[in-house]
Design a protein around this ligand. Structure first.
Ligand SMILES: Cc1cc2nc3c(=O)[nH]c(=O)nc-3n(C[C@H](O)[C@H](O)[C@H](O)COP(=O)(O)OP(=O)(O)OC[C@H]3O[C@@H](n4cnc5c(N)ncnc54)[C@H](O)[C@@H]3O)c2cc1C
Ligand SMILES: *[C@@H]1O[C@H](CO)[C@@H](O)[C@H](O)[C@H]1NC(C)=O
Ligand SMILES: *[C@@H]1O[C@H](CO)[C@@H](O)[C@H](O)[C@H]1NC(C)=O
Ligand SMILES: *[C@@H]1O[C@H](CO)[C@@H](O)[C@H](O)[C@H]1NC(C)=O
Ligand SMILES: *[C@@H]1O[C@H](CO)[C@@H](O)[C@H](O)[C@H]1NC(C)=O
Length: 492
């Protein structure tokens, strides 16, 4: 279960302080009575919407550029695809669960909000092909050198030296991703996802499938069709035909040092919203966005209407029914659904041709074979040798009859059907960040590059800068854009 990304820290803060004191004069630098944008309305309270509110405040501090920020959330709780589930009296991550050590926005938010970090330990892994385990590693929770050596030996024995090519492949992607954390002076504000990916040299990875990219990188077919397939299935529920970039991001999720927020990753979104002077509207689903007389009119299912100078979509548009007027046009795509099934009970060792549960690896991943009814089964908590809580990922719902075959006893079941992440393909196509050429923005356009907690924050940071540069001449923008902005400026 993973996703990650990284960056070099350092002088960003300093640059922000400096750059805010030498603001372009086009913005009318004196604190004026009314802000440049009286109201920003954000649809979605996940990591994308919440970090957008954070960066809008952070980058406009003391300059009265942004007035009210409203966040609309159709659910009764913030956090979206970071959510927890409570089963058998314990609480577990139900969606986005693991964060990479180089996910620097997530890490900084966690520190800023005084949240506690926990680092889950490695259990044993087995690759199941429907009739046997192709490979099994040993549980190494206590981080024992000998076991780690044994596990490496097992992997090398099966996959050979091409295992050594996995790491450079991931490192190159991560290295390029780090560019998104460089200082604001040297990092442009991006108007499109393509531009953003090209600048960091990640665009090429979205042109070919993961399979093609890995073969080109010299990885052995067996390694690709087994270990990497398992990783990709667990992280994105998809096969090796996803884009090379989404695949590399998913593979980074097998790195060391992964972490999560104690008590639930959703607290990052909750904390950011709380600290960003946001008016939060829970249980309020936006059903239409209309551009009328220079501002956006948002109607919600509760019958309310809000008028906003800037409107931002911070949720994937592929499955939501928001009506836009005038209509917008974005590439058609679908979401990959991942069924997360939580079971308290005990697996049936007979299903795996074994006579004891202790022989079943703590994480069972499967290869790409349509007859296999699940993607992965992993132990979340062990109460005793015959009482555990498991998380199952599958592409179709886990029906009761199937659970009866897989489990010897089932005490409690919770099912969640996630519209989990984009269904990736190659070459990828991307929606623009600016949906109407004016002030309607789409943070999740970037999700078609890769979907993680961190990519949500990275995209939101760019969109915050884009909003400020297009409203108020803040930070570097192309002269073409400046001119465009001064034309539409009046409408705000
Ligand atoms: C099963 C699963 C496992 C994952 N594992 C990981 C992982 O280990 N690590 C990782 O980094 N990432 C992981 N991810 C991906 C990660 O969770 C997402 O990329 C990230 O949380 C997306 O955040 P977001 O804010 O962009 O979107 P969301 O979290 O989906 O937020 C959008 C919000 O908008 C709301 N909304 C939608 N339409 C409307 C409307 N019309 N009006 C009002 N509100 C609306 C939704 O209710 C939702 O709360 C996983 C995802 C899933 C599903
Ligand atoms: C994270 O915090 C550190 C220390 O405050 C800071 O130097 C760095 O720029 C921050 N990184 C990001 C991506 O904001
Ligand atoms: C929060 O935002 C409102 C609206 O812009 C503003 O009037 C108020 O002063 C802000 N509060 C704080 C504590 O910054
Ligand atoms: C990207 O791919 C194109 C064509 O496949 C190639 O010419 C170019 O050199 C690549 N760029 C990088 C940065 O790898
Ligand atoms: C939004 O609500 C207002 C006020 O009720 C109404 O006049 C308008 O027609 C609605 N817009 C749409 C697109 O439904």
């Amino acid at each position: 279960m993973v996703k990650q990304i990284r960056f070099p820290l350092l002088s960003i803060l300093l640059i922000i302080i400096i750059s805010s004191s030498i603001l372009p004069s086009s913005c009318n630098p004196q604190i004026t009575k009314s802000p440049k944008i009286n109201k920003v309305c954000i649809i979605g309270s996940g990591i994308s919407g919440s970090s957008l509110s954070h960066f809008l405040r952070k980058y406009s501090e003391d300059r009265n550029l942004i007035g009210e920020i409203h966040i609309f959330e159709r659910n009764g709780i913030v956090g979206g695809r970071t959510a927890t589930v409570t089963i058998g009296g314990d609480t577990f991550e139900a969606g986005g669960s693991i964060i990479h050590p180089k996910n620097y926005h997530a890490l900084n938010f966690t520190h800023l909000l005084n949240l506690k970090i926990k680092t889950p330990s490695d259990g044993s892994l087995g690759i199941w092909d429907g009739s046997q385990f192709l490979i099994k590693t040993l549980d190494n929770k206590n981080n024992r050198k000998l076991i780690s050596l044994y596990n490496s030996f097992r992997l090398f024995f099966r996959y050979g030296l091409s295992l050594l090519k996995m790491d450079p492949f991931i490192k190159t992607m991560l290295g390029n991703f780090l560019n998104y954390y460089t200082d604001l002076e040297s990092r442009p504000v991006f108007e499109t996802v393509e531009e953003m990916l090209k600048w960091s040299k990640l665009y090429n990875l979205t042109r070919g499938t993961l399979q093609e990219e890995l073969i080109e990188a010299g990885l052995a077919p067996k390694l690709i069709s087994e270990l990497i397939t398992v990783i990709t299935r667990i992280n994105y529920g998809q096969s090796m035909s996803i884009s090379g970039l989404a695949g590399a991001v998913s593979m980074a999720g097998s790195d060391d040092g992964l972490w999560a927020v104690e008590g639930g990753n959703w607290q990052i979104a909750a904390g950011l919203i709380k600290h960003s002077n946001v008016t939060l509207h829970l249980h309020e689903e936006i059903e239409s966005v209309s551009h009328i007389g220079g501002s956006y009119e948002l109607n919600s299912t509760t019958g309310n209407t809000y008028s906003c100078g800037v409107a931002v979509v911070a949720t994937p548009l592929d499955e939501v029914k928001i009506r836009f007027s005038p209509p917008i046009s974005i590439p058609e795509r679908r979401l990959q659904h991942t069924h997360a099934t939580f079971v308290r009970g005990i697996l049936n060792p007979g299903y795996f041709g074994m006579n004891s549960v202790v022989n079943i690896p703590e994480c069972v991943g499967t290869i790409e074979d349509p007859s296999l009814p699940f993607t992965s089964i992993s132990v979340l908590k062990k109460y005793s040798e015959d009482d555990m809580t498991y998380k199952i990922f599958s592409r179709a719902p886990m029906e009761d009859t199937l659970l009866d075959q897989l489990f010897r006893t089932v005490k409690e079941v919770i099912r969640i059907n996630w519209g989990a992440y984009p269904h990736y393909h190659a070459p990828e196509v991307f929606s623009p960040f600016v949906l109407d050429g004016l002030h309607l923005y789409y943070v999740n356009a970037f999700e078609n590059a890769a979907s993680t907690i961190e990519t949500g924050a990275v995209a939101a940071e760019n969109v915050a800068r884009l909003i400020l540069s297009r409203c108020c001449g803040h930070t570097s923008t192309s002269s073409h854009l400046r001119q465009f902005v001064s034309e539409v400026h009046v409408e705000l």
